[in-house]
Write a protein that binds this ligand. Structure first.
Ligand code: PMP
Length: 422
């Protein structure tokens, strides 16, 4: 074995670091990834991961869809396909988006390997090192990781119980530009935001669109949770109001299955070609097999009913979480009351450091994601994201109770001055 081979095999980190491209330095595991190993131990109630709950998906029906696909159309399903995505699925995606007021042309859709790939492609197309991307405060950890890899400078914009605050956006644009920096796009999740669970109301959507049009800033609207509203449909997508300045990202991960890895970008026509070229260079084409699985599922199965049954399942869990938060969390904690999606954002007294508290929570057999994961600038130590999508309502209650106990102890410890003396 040569010295070089052995160094790679033993993973000598310093040697490897020197050989990497500069951009690889930004490739760090997310806080969520490192948490997964611990949180997935069976004795731990994980309120950490945002895994869709597939217990509501009839597996026999999915097996039939896949079986029929291969027996009737296997030669196409198992072949390479179009770089832009299967034309039939792109037509069907237009029907799905129509539920949120979008009138789209299938030719402006690029199918991606989950919407995560679309985030990567958009970043690749737009971001030069140092360019500014505006995001909500807090924002989706997977998007922050992607922006970081492309060496963007991420600027957070205040978010309240009604999503991004338009006036804060105006101020952020002004101060970034006063520093002479370039803003490439605004990234936001208007429906049941990850991690906060909040919804951006229609009037703010319009105002934010107006600001961005005027300032010539693209809006990247990431909408994986829009159809998961529990009591009422979410407002029309921002893309429904502006087809020129909005890059819309959709996904079947939360409405059908994340394992199929099918998402899409609906882009202004002038951007489509670039997106297809960028995608072809990373994956050649999205999987025909999974695209056609989704296509046949949409064509033959009651997919709207299926989404409704996912909503029922998540709503029961949301209720269990909100009730048990009221029962078990200290009076000094506040939290969002999501009308859909997967997440509750909890704000604790500022002296609590949720990252430092994590080992204590694990001892109490509960896991969450510390707020710092959702900020690019190290803020968020006083907050945490709790997901209610996956555990049973009983486990959610158990987990929230245990976590409430840990937080109360932590507050008491701080107040008793123990920290100072030790
Ligand atoms: N955007 C947001 C806001 C998400 O929460 C997720 C998944 N957790 C994604 C994008 C990526 O989803 P996928 O790649 O499975 O479509």
């Amino acid at each position: 074995m040569s010295e070089l081979t052995s160094r790679f095999q033993t993973g000598d980190p310093q040697h490897l670091e020197r050989r990497f491209a500069a951009r690889a330095v930004g490739m760090q595991p997310s806080e969520i990834r490192s948490l997964f190993a611990v949180a997935s131990r069976p004795e731990i109630v994980s309120l950490a991961g945002g895994m869709p709950n597939l217990s509501a998906l009839p597996m026999g029906m999915m097996a039939d869809v896949v079986h029929n696909l291969i027996s009737i159309n296997g030669a196409e399903a198992l072949q390479y396909g179009s770089g832009q995505g299967h034309p039939k699925l792109r037509e069907q995606i237009c029907d799905v988006m129509a539920l949120e007021g979008i009138r789209a042309n299938a030719d402006d859709i690029v199918v991606t390997t989950g919407s995560q790939q679309a985030l990567d492609l958009i970043s690749r197309i737009f971001i030069d090192p140092g360019d500014v991307v505006l995001v909500e405060a807090p924002s989706y950890v997977g998007a922050l990781g992607t922006f970081h890899q492309y060496e963007a400078s991420v600027v957070h914009v205040e978010l309240d119980a009604n999503g991004m605050v338009p006036e804060a956006l105006r101020q952020a644009i002004k101060s970034v530009r006063a520093e002479g920096r370039k803003i490439k796009f605004l990234y936001l999740i208007p429906n049941y935001q990850n991690p906060s669970g909040v919804l951006l109301p229609a009037d703010r959507r319009t105002e934010i669109l107006e600001i961005c049009r005027k300032e010539e800033i693209f809006v990247v609207e990431d909408n994986p949770y829009g159809l998961l509203g529990f009591d009422r449909p979410s407002p029309d997508a921002m893309r429904a109001e502006d087809s020129e300045n909005v890059i819309y990202l959709g996904s079947f991960s939360k409405t059908i299955s994340p394992g199929l890895r099918v998402g899409w970008a609906l882009v202004p026509p002038s951007l489509k070609e670039k997106l297809v070229i960028a995608s072809e260079s990373s994956i050649l084409c999205p999987s025909n097999f999974t695209q056609l699985t989704i296509s046949n599922y949409l064509a033959d199965q009651p997919w709207r009913d299926q989404i409704a049954s996912f909503c029922n399942l998540y709503k029961v869990r949301r209720d269990a979480m909100l009730e048990s938060l009221t029962e078990h969390f200290p009076a000094s904690a506040t939290w969002t009351k999501p009308g859909g999606g997967f997440y509750v954002w909890v704000t604790l007294p500022p002296e609590i450091d949720t990252k430092a508290m994590m080992p204590k929570a694990i001892v109490a057999k509960v896991a969450y994601v510390p707020g710092t994961a959702f900020y690019a600038d190290g803020l968020g130590s006083w907050a945490m994201r709790l997901s209610y999508c996956y555990p049973t309502p009983e486990r959610i209650r158990e987990g929230v109770k245990a976590l409430g106990g840990v937080i109360k102890q932590e507050i008491e410890r701080r107040h008793s001055g123990y920290e100072l003396k030790n």
